[in-house]
Design a protein around this ligand. Structure first.
Ligand code: BJ8
Length: 423
């Protein structure tokens, strides 16, 4: 990696602390990713992106800002990327997946809340995340209580706009969400000084749909009997989708998919055809949270799908591209986004249906319900999901964990016992 210290310093980062973070990542990445056998060639691009995670992309954001552009941070898949792009800004997903940020998060938050929220706040207060430091505005949303209250703390550090997400899916909720999208549009126009036009929004909708298509194509390849890519690699690609340049990401992901489709034709897989096929459902896995996939795949199984926000909830269901008026496009955005089935909704029958459908589509032998510690909505929803999967005859196990490695031995034992049972 080139020398970015001047850039980081100009972003007001704590360089000494950041050095500690930079020292941990290569070893972690090497152990989890580079040790894999028979990886597709196309993964070299994503290796490169990770090696430059705090470098090249940050430089691109800096260049954009120097040219008068704005950078907007987001934390949830309900926030429409299309509007950010249509305003000429760059959007970056800021969810934190590293144990490194927990300690700083706990300085300003109670200990007994979700690690994702603690890592988000820790990343900002410690001044060690160059993405956070590059943002001109953050976008929060009213999903779970932990996130909602975290925005109040983050507002002390950076301007933040909070979208009020309805938690039911009645007609009036779709109308309210459309109003929130209009407010967000006005906020982005004020921030960037650019007017969001029918043309710019339509182009952004098409771009985001192309990104969804590329991710769907990647996931489709994982349905093959001889899976051509590991779950770990697919997860990494989803995580990178949240901050990479969208055009470049689409191009490189489609290129990788060409290779994966050839592998399927030639019968080249990453594991044996008899390896247990596992689907993950539950809370998101923000970069560099690879813990669960690593444990599962080290135990000889392959992860074939994630019903999470770093999985299918991010890219399934495109936005209707046929609308030409601003009103029609905002309604299309409201309809697509409010249809995401997050556990913060009540009732949330759609998620049960999605999980059963996806487990069948991807030929999963079993489902691992992944719950980040203290995430109450996903925790409580396990009961209904378990019932739905049992009715469908699909085995399921509940695993609650955090970002630390304290429980890996215990998790490994439980995962191995589950894999024994499903095959
Ligand atoms: S749409 S899952 S990205 S809110 S932060 S809810 S894990 S306690 S991230 Fe989420 Fe949007 Fe829903 Fe997806 Fe639980 Fe933690 Fe809250 Fe979380």
């Amino acid at each position: 990696m080139a020398d970015y210290r001047e850039l980081w310093s100009n972003l007001g980062m704590d360089l000494e602390k950041h050095d500690v973070l930079c020292a941990v990542l290569p070893e972690l990445y090497g152990g989890v990713y580079l040790s894999q056998k028979n990886r597709p060639e196309g993964m070299n691009y994503y290796n490169f992106v990770v090696s430059e995670v705090h470098g090249l992309r940050i430089k691109e954001l800096d260049d954009h800002r120097k040219a008068g552009g704005k950078v907007v941070g987001t934390f949830c898949v309900f926030v429409p990327d299309e509007l950010i792009l249509a305003a000429g800004a760059i959007g970056v997903g800021l969810c934190g997946g590293s144990q490194f940020w927990i300690e700083d998060g706990e300085k300003v938050l109670p200990r007994n809340i979700c690690p994702l929220v603690k890592a988000i706040v820790g990343a900002k207060v410690s001044g060690t995340c160059p993405y956070f430091q590059s943002c001109d505005m953050l976008t929060g949303e009213t999903t779970c209580d932990g996130k909602k209250k975290a925005w109040e703390i983050l507002s002390e550090y950076a301007p933040i706009h909070v979208m009020d997400l309805p938690q039911m899916k009645r007609d009036k909720d779709y109308k309210k969400w459309a109003e929130e999208i209009y407010d967000y549009k006005a906020k982005l126009e004020e921030l960037t000084g650019n007017k969001i036009t029918e043309e710019s929004l339509s182009a952004a909708i098409k771009l985001c749909n192309r990104k969804r298509e590329a991710l769907q194509r990647l996931y489709n390849a994982r349905k093959a009997l001889n899976v051509p890519i590991s779950g770990k690699d697919a997860l990494l690609i989803s995580q990178i989708a949240f901050y990479d340049n969208p055009e470049r990401f689409i191009e490189m992901t489609n290129k990788l998919c060409d290779e994966l489709e050839s592998r399927i034709k030639e019968g080249v897989g990453v594991t044996g055809k008899n390896s247990p096929r596992i689907m993950i459902t539950g809370t998101p896995m923000a970069i560099p949270n690879w813990k669960m996939h690593h444990l599962i795949e080290e135990s000889g199984a392959v992860v074939v799908c994630e019903e999470t926000c770093t999985g299918t909830r991010y890219f399934e269901k495109p936005v209707d591209e046929t609308q030409t008026t601003m009103e029609g496009m905002i309604k299309a955005l409201a309809d697509r986004y409010l249809n995401i089935n997050c556990a913060c909704f009540t009732p949330n029958k759609g998620r049960e249906e999605d999980i059963v459908r996806l487990a069948k589509e991807y030929g999963a032998d079993g489902v691992i319900y992944y719950n980040l510690q203290f995430c109450h909505t996903y925790n409580i929803e396990y009961r209904q999901v378990e019932k739905a999967l049992k009715e469908a005859g699909i085995p399921i196990i509940f695993i609650e964990t955090d970002y630390s490695n304290d429980d890996t031995g215990q998790l490994q034992t439980r995962i191995e016992a589950f894999l024994e049972m499903v095959k």
